[in-house]
Ligand binder design. Structure first.
Ligand code: APR
Ligand code: PHB
Length: 401
């Protein structure tokens, strides 16, 4: 299985699961399937370095950590990641600590998505996993019979990958979702009227836990990658441009949005990366059509406020991996038939939490004073009510699979 045959006809391959997209979803699925003796081939449009060059978030739920352990890819995460038992929420100069451990008995791990993706690439290569980079013109065929295939071009050579199933892990701009007939697809979207201006700086984090801050000037987030690499975000206009922001202007604005105590102890320095990310909620239903299964950003996007993007991609992979191993072990199609419903049930809860947290912590251009009073009243309630904190903590650390 999985042999690559090149002939004048081009590249002909056969595998169990064709995985389109070599981001965290595709690689995690491929590695887990490998651990269960199920063959897969990953088709990635870019190079490994390009994929690893993308700066992404880094808060991992225990569900994802357990999947990485099962995939045999958690050693570096445990060695270099940070266990966070809580986070700080501030509004103006008032702040309170949301205690994950006390409210849920569990914590999250702060470990960059780039590092996690690197660990998955290393594991795939160590296992001689098949990843084709720089593939072009990926197209999906025959999804309605039990012998689908994927055509593509690799190094200018036409290729065909025969398979049993196709996992669409190719992100929001990929080909997989668009292959599902519009008559079958239902899409839900909310675009937020602001973005996040983020910087990476080789400075020590301002606090040993994340700070989610809101102020009259808008949202801010203080995060980190390690003891000497920090990640900061401030809410900005979507029409803004990173070029409009000197490092000094960024630091000054950040200081105005976080509690004074932290503003005073903030270590500033030159930014090594500066970019603006849009905030959007998006879900497509169903997440399966015929022999095609969508995972991760190919099916849903969350605003980064709740750090749910990668973690929800992981729960998709969990449900699909279980369904496929059940199929190859017993012939039962129950797991794969239940995939879309199970995955979407958890996706919508992550969407709700991300929308709720984003709505609470950002200043909306058209919001009235009453709307703002509602935000403050909700923060005051959170600050003073155990049940509210427990609910927030349970959503933040990750709802059960
Ligand atoms: N053919 C092959 N590969 C493709 C194609 C295509 N037509 N289109 C896109 N890809 C590749 C992209 O180059 C990318 O490497 O698919 C991969 C998709 O990876 P991600 O966008 O990272 O999506 P996913 O693996 O689902 O990870 C979700 O990424 O964006 C964050 O917040 C998100 O953390 C979440 C995570
Ligand atoms: C990050 O570290 O980049 C990060 C952390 C938490 C978020 C979003 C981004 O909610």
């Amino acid at each position: 299985m999985g042999q690559i045959r090149s002939s004048y006809l081009g590249i002909c391959m056969r595998t169990n699961v064709a995985i389109i997209g070599g981001g965290p979803s595709g690689l995690l699925l491929s590695q887990l399937l490998h651990k269960s003796g199920i063959d897969s081939v990953v088709l990635e449009r870019k190079t490994r370095d390009y994929v690893l060059g993308r700066i992404r978030a880094g808060v991992l739920e225990q569900g994802l950590v357990s999947l990485l352990e099962e995939a045999g890819c958690a050693d570096r995460l445990h060695a270099e990641g940070f266990l966070h038992d809580g986070t700080l929420i501030s509004y103006g100069d008032t702040s309170f600590r949301l205690d994950f451990a006390e409210n849920t008995g569990t914590s999250v791990v702060v470990y960059g998505q780039t590092e996690l993706t690197r660990d998955l690439y290393d594991a795939r290569e160590k296992a001689d996993g098949k990843i084709l980079y720089n593939v072009e013109d990926v197209a999906i065929h025959d999804l309605e019979n039990d012998a689908p295939c994927v055509s593509f071009v690799h190094d200018g050579v036409q290729g065909k990958l025969d398979c049993d199933f196709i996992a669409g892990c190719d992100g929001f701009h990929g080909v997989s979702r668009k292959t599902m007939p519009e008559s079958v697809r239902k899409e839900y979207e909310k675009v937020y009227p602001f973005g996040w201006l983020g910087i990476l700086s080789e400075t020590p984090p301002v606090n040993d836990e994340l700070i989610y801050a809101t102020s009259d000037r808008g949202f801010a987030l203080c995060s980190m990658r390690n003891e000497t690499l920090s990640r900061y975000y401030i809410q900005c206009e979507m029409s803004d441009d990173p070029g409009n922001w000197s490092d000094e202007a960024f630091w000054d604005e950040l200081k105005r949005r976080i509690p004074e105590t932290f503003a005073e102890q903030l270590v500033t320095g030159p930014s090594i990366e500066k970019s603006i990310a849009p905030l959007r909620s998006f879900v497509t239903e169903p997440m399966r059509w015929g022999r095609l299964f969508l995972c991760g950003d190919a099916a849903h996007i969350v605003p980064p406020t709740g750090a749910k993007g990668l973690n929800t991609a992981a729960s998709d992979v969990h449900y699909l991996y279980r369904g496929l191993t059940e199929y190859y072990a017993t012939g039962s199609e129950k797991g794969i038939d239940d995939y879309s419903e199970k995955a979407l049930s958890r996706v919508w809860k992550a969407e709700r939490f991300s929308w709720w947290f984003s709505s609470l912590m950002h200043r909306f251009p058209d919001q009235s004073e009453f709307d703002h009073k509602m935000q403050i009243a909700e923060l005051e309630f959170l600050n003073s009510n155990r049940a509210a904190q427990k609910s927030m903590a349970e959503n933040y650390v990750g709802l059960p699979y």
